[in-house]
Design a protein around this ligand. Structure first.
Ligand SMILES: Cc1cc2nc3c(=O)[nH]c(=O)nc-3n(C[C@H](O)[C@H](O)[C@H](O)COP(=O)(O)OP(=O)(O)OC[C@H]3O[C@@H](n4cnc5c(N)ncnc54)[C@H](O)[C@@H]3O)c2cc1C
Length: 437
């Protein structure tokens, strides 16, 4: 290809640009915000929230940016392994999962490193501008119009490939509908989640702990709820990043004292940080109303040479930490598609089928868990009650048994699809564990 244009230069756009750089002479990343070194664009307010990277997301990061973990750690990020990574369910420490590993870094820190790597690619350039429309010619996306931003003037770019990485509120659908195309069907689930993140000065109060993550039990028939859900991660700059989350009326607010009170009702590690460490700056909140995904493969027609990645494609409940990993996996699907040397005049159905299979796994996992919330009203998939009954037992068994938890975490980390939890050997092991044999 002569040119690929990536609209949006945040996490999804950076991965797409890296992949496209293997196939296009010139890759242009257009973004009004995510170009500067600080990476704290107005349009990505969730950047201030704690971001955890699933192991699959980490693997993809290394795949496309070899050596970046080492670089991140050299610059101050932490890499937690084994006992440094602790998961709790209703206050009970879960059995160790083999291969547990997690990076401790803030999102801006991670993204700035990524951006530096992408900017160093010879055939990639960043343009500080806002994409304002799609040029569609002969049924294919032939370019992008942009508006001036800062000192740079707006212009129109011709392209062989256009990537929408403009996030959850991408205007692409409106542009397409305005030009006589159909909007992609949407799946959505209202979850009404509230998030709050605060930073604390980190000393030696928790030894080598890098991650402590506590989630509520699926049902309280095993043990009453004793702790609040929450997570802390050791990040660069000698800080802890602590996140609390709650649904509907129980969303955490920005009040510092209230945040500390809630932290003191969490597992020991989080309580210790509340008691011994100084909070730095303010509590930042974020409200996430619904999970949403677009299903382009169900359309009958779509412009050729146009693909959608990241949150513009699917944006799911952040509690499960899937977003960054999904953005990286979309780039993988894009790479697989581009390696087939596709005709830009034809819609990228092959890409959409590949990426939707990946999104499907993440969607199944997150929405199944969300449906257990009393205020979430559906839609319920067929067989939901039976699936939930089995999932609840598996979750309980994962607290008590390493082998069950290892498989469970492989699915949570998107290394295996959700159907891996239906393996009869795993289920029979879970039954034996629950019966105490
Ligand atoms: C509260 C919260 C917590 C989260 N925690 C996690 C987590 O722990 N782990 C995880 O993996 N994921 C997490 N996520 C999800 C993660 O933030 C997203 O999946 C991720 O940001 C998606 O990246 P993206 O590049 O697709 O979109 P975004 O990051 O939203 O970026 C979109 C980009 O498009 C640009 N843009 C917008 N309009 C235009 C335009 N007209 N022209 C050009 N550019 C434009 C914006 O400036 C921005 O840079 C969380 C999300 C939320 C809301």
């Amino acid at each position: 290809m002569k040119r690929a244009i990536v609209m949006g230069g945040s996490y999804g756009g950076l991965f797409a640009a890296r992949v496209a750089s293997d196939h296009a002479e010139d890759v242009v990343v257009v973004d009004p915000d995510a170009v500067g070194e600080d990476g704290l664009g107005r349009r990505v307010p969730q950047r201030h929230q704690l971001h955890a990277l699933l192991s699959t997301g980490h693997t993809q990061l290394e795949r496309w940016f070899p050596g970046i973990s080492e670089e991140l750690v050299e610059d101050g990020a932490l890499l937690g392994e084994g006992d440094d990574v602790q998961f709790y369910l209703d206050g009970r420490r879960k059995a160790p999962a083999a291969g547990a590993r997690m990076l401790g870094a803030t999102r801006p820190f991670l993204e700035n490193h990524l951006r530096r790597r992408v900017a160093a690619l010879e055939n990639v350039r960043f343009v500080r501008a806002q994409a304002t429309g799609l040029v569609v010619r002969d049924g294919r996306a032939a370019g992008v119009t942009t508006a001036a931003c800062g000192d740079e003037a707006g212009e129109t770019f011709d392209a062989d490939l256009v990537v929408d990485a403009m996030g959850r509120n991408s205007p692409l659908e409106q542009w397409l509908v305005r030009n006589g195309w159909d909007a992609a069907p949407v799946d959505s689930m209202r979850i009404d989640l509230g998030y709050a993140t605060a930073a604390f000065r980190r000393g030696n109060e928790l030894g080598s702990t890098v991650v402590a993550h506590s989630s509520p039990g699926p049902a309280s028939d095993y043990q009453p709820k004793v702790t609040e859900p929450g997570a802390l991660v050791a990040v660069e700059g000698g800080r802890w990043s602590v996140v609390l989350a709650g649904y509907a009326d129980y969303r955490p607010g920005p009040d510092r004292e209230e945040f500390l009170r809630r932290m003191r009702r969490c597992v020991d590690a989080i309580r210790t940080v509340a008691d011994h460490c100084d909070m730095i700056g303010d509590v930042r909140t974020y409200r996430f109303v619904e999970s949403r995904r677009r299903l382009h493969s169900r359309l009958n027609r779509f412009p050729g040479g146009l693909v959608v990645v990241g949150d513009a494609l699917a944006s799911v409940n952040p509690i499960y930490g899937q977003g960054l990993t999904l953005a990286a996996l979309a780039a993988n699907s894009l790479g697989a598609y581009l390696r087939t040397d596709p005709d830009p005049r034809r819609p990228a159905w092959h890409y959409f089928r590949l990426v939707e299979a990946v999104v499907d796994g993440a969607w199944q996992l997150s929405t199944a868990a969300d449906l257990a919330q009393p205020h979430v009203t559906g839609p319920y998939p067929r067989g939901y009650r039976a699936q939930k009954w089995v999932a609840d037992r598996l979750t309980e068994a994962s607290v008590r048994d390493s082998a069950v938890n290892t498989r469970y975490m492989q699915v949570v980390n998107m290394e295996l699809p959700p159907k891996a939890l239906a393996d009869p050997r795993l289920l029979s092991r879970a039954v034996r564990v629950l019966l105490g044999r």
